[in-house]
Design a protein around this ligand. Structure first.
Ligand code: ARG
Length: 393
């Protein structure tokens, strides 16, 4: 009895994998695993219906809370962002892979499988987690170099049908919605309103701005307008509020891991709001030296996550540094939502490194700057002397 656990989304790629794993790879039992990281309810429902019909055994795992606590919160602390992309799909893949591995182990399966093609990033993210186990790793669509047309034909032959042909390729979870493909592949094609579902366009947003207050404890968002909220509800609420004001749309050219450039459209109101607020608070409570160094740590963290390398030991070490800095990231940030923009308009913190007295009590403090300017003068004197000295030679 050969068994395989498949990461199952309910879409075309992963659906054709089920009969392929039986017919072409000789597995006797295919377990389809859908991991809920905040996809639309209709998508989860459809995956369940199709998965139950096609597979030998179907499993659904609700990982929304784990996604927010173990993946999104570290992302916020790290100001996670890759080339302007808030890493929504990237940060979810390792968690999906982890649950597929867990099911495989429970069910004593021989292998784990994914339905990714050989062009994108997701294959690498699944592989990175899958290959850290002793299970066989199978990727039928990639291994057979299947085109979409071939997949469609194969699906039809196997009675796999879809009510509507999706107009765009969409990947959605609680942190972001990503839209690509079709006409968007033409780089000068202006995205039509129909691709967006979470956000209104700025010109349809309310005339009146709204100021919201986000509370942070140790770098993690914990409250909205002074009401404590759990992470999942807070993010859902901010997606709704930000979306209403048209906040959080991006249209970018992104460097995929394999070196291709791709055009991506995203919507992510909560991510935009939380990232801008968190970074503002860090600016107030971390020292200048910490901020400069953390910038580099954050961008390295984001590179790793983009590549799906959360199993890398460096990821753990970076998180340890980040967590240390976040001990002081406590306070409240005021964010104004208005016509597509989320802008910080105020902040307060018990850990602020700002002193109004030092800055504005002019009489008392001005003298202390003498040492500072002498130091700078000294530096430039040295620099100039060296320049003149080298000219003489
Ligand atoms: N380019 C992004 C990434 O690699 C998102 C791709 C999402 N896929 C989609 N079908 N829209 O993380």
């Amino acid at each position: 009895m050969k068994k395989v656990a498949l990461a199952y989304s309910g879409g075309l790629d992963t659906s054709v994998c089920i009969p392929l794993l039986r017919e072409r790879y000789g597995y006797d039992e295919v377990i389809a695993v859908t991991v809920d990281v905040g996809q639309p309810e209709a998508e989860i429902k459809e995956a369940k219906e199709r998965g139950e019909k096609l597979s030998d055994s179907y499993k659904e795992v609700d990982a929304k809370e784990e996604f927010v606590h173990e993946y999104i919160f570290p992302l916020i602390k790290a100001n996670g962002c890759y080339e302007g992309y808030v890493l929504g799909t990237a940060i979810a893949r390792p968690l999906i892979a982890k649950h597929v591995v867990e099911v495989a182990k429970e069910e004593k399966a021989d292998a784990v499988a994914h339905g990714c093609t050989g062009k994108g990033n997701d294959q690498l993210r699944f592989d990175a987690v899958f290959r850290a186990t002793d299970l066989d790793v199978v990727a039928p669509v990639r291994e057979m170099s299947l085109t979409r047309e071939e997949e469609k034909r194969y699906a039809e032959e196997h009675g796999i049908s879809f009510a509507t042909e999706p107009r765009w390729s969409v990947d959605e979870n609680i942190w972001s919605r990503s839209i690509e493909g079709s006409k968007l592949e033409d780089l000068s094609f202006v995205p039509p309103e129909e691709i967006f579902q979470w956000t209104v366009s700025a010109d349809k947003a309310p005339e009146n701005a709204e100021i919201i207050k986000i509370g942070f404890e140790k770098g993690i968002p914990v409250s909205l307008n002074e009401t404590k909220m759990d992470g999942v509800s807070l993010i859902q609420k901010l997606n709704e509020l930000g979306g209403k004001h048209g906040v959080g749309r991006t249209d970018i050219i992104e460097d995929r891991v394999l070196g291709f450039k791709a055009r991506e459209n995203y919507e992510h109101p909560a991510a935009t709001i939380l990232l801008v607020a968190h970074h503002d608070l860090e600016q107030l409570v971390l020292t200048r030296n910490e901020l400069r160094f953390k910038d580099f740590v954050d961008s390295t963290w984001s590179e790793l996550v983009y590549q799906g390398l959360v199993m890398d030991l460096l990821y753990e070490s970076l998180n340890a540094f980040i967590d240390k800095t976040q001990e002081r990231v406590n306070g409240m940030v005021y964010v104004r939502l208005e016509k597509g923009i989320a802008r910080v308009v105020g902040r307060e913190s018990p850990n602020a490194l700002y002193s109004r007295d030092v800055l504005f009590d002019v009489k008392q403090e001005q003298k202390s700057a003498e040492g500072f300017s002498m130091y700078h003068g000294f530096q430039s004197r040295i620099a100039k002397r060296d320049r003149f000295a080298s000219k003489k030679v």
